[in-house]
Design a protein around this ligand. Structure first.
Ligand SMILES: [Zn+2]
Length: 245
């Protein structure tokens, strides 16, 4: 895997990978491994970066499925790459195809990778504050269950994201989020209202019976090895990938 702070794991034939910002060809301010196609970077550089990242994971770049993420709760079930079809505006994708890899783009939002290796079902979700509140992760789990997954078998991995000690929000916003998901209530390291989106996601998964959960130790805003929208505004996107043997 490219990048010295990337994170990978494998459980029962399900593979999970989160990139860092190193090992690609993008120029400042997208240096180096920007995988986002809608952030102002050179499209050729993004294409090369996606090929480099896929190759380092042993994936075929043509079999990696990307989303058109809009901070909503919608889920698409997919059996083939989009090809010439328009990429739908969804924040989660689910597949039963072992030959596909699902990818999610982030720069502070929480990337969520899910797999039931026994049923052979994988999902990737993009959970920022609005998506977590809207329930995109429970919606992804529900779509998996509909296809035959069992929550007790689902392995969940959340990737690098802005942490609850850094994600400052207005007091009213924290109250709105906590009314939906109390576990997301947080305070910054400097004592102001904050939201912990990743904690909210894990609380949602725990309630659904997803026990095998792990969280990246990385806070994107604090890490110089990761892209952070809140820190840099104009910046690249990290990717999380999930696929099954
Ligand atoms: Zn932090």
């Amino acid at each position: 895997m490219i990048g010295h702070r990337s994170e990978t794991s494998t459980v029962g034939g399900a593979h999970f990978a989160f990139t860092d910002r190193w090992g690609g060809v993008s120029a400042v301010p997208y240096e180096e491994l920007n995988l986002g196609g809608a952030v102002g970077d050179d499209p050729d550089a993004v294409r090369t970066n996606r090929e480099l990242a896929a190759k380092s994971l042993g994936l075929d770049p043509a079999r990696v499925v990307w989303m058109n993420q809009v901070h909503g709760p919608d889920v698409a079930v997919i059996g083939e790459p989009w090809g010439d079809r328009p990429v739908p505006e969804v924040d989660a994708v689910v597949t039963t195809r072992r030959s596909l890899a699902l990818a999610v783009l982030t720069a502070d939002c929480t990337p969520v990778l899910l797999a039931d290796p026994v049923a052979g079902i994988a999902a990737a979700a993009h959970a920022g504050r609005p998506g977590m509140v809207a329930g995109v992760v429970p919606a992804a789990v529900a779509a998996m269950v509909e296809l035959g997954a069992e929550p007790g078998r689902i392995v969940a991995r959340t990737g690098p994201a802005v942490c609850g000690r850094c994600y400052e929000v207005p007091d009213e916003m924290r109250a709105e989020v906590a009314a939906v998901e109390p576990a997301a209530y947080a305070e910054t390291s400097w004592g102001t209202p904050a939201v912990d989106v990743t904690a909210g996601v894990h609380a949602q998964l725990e309630r659904l019976g997803v026990c095998d959960r792990a969280q990246s130790p990385v806070c994107t805003l604090e890490s110089g090895d990761h892209f952070s929208y809140r820190r840099d505004r104009i910046t690249g996107r990290l990717a999380g990938y999930v696929w099954l043997d």
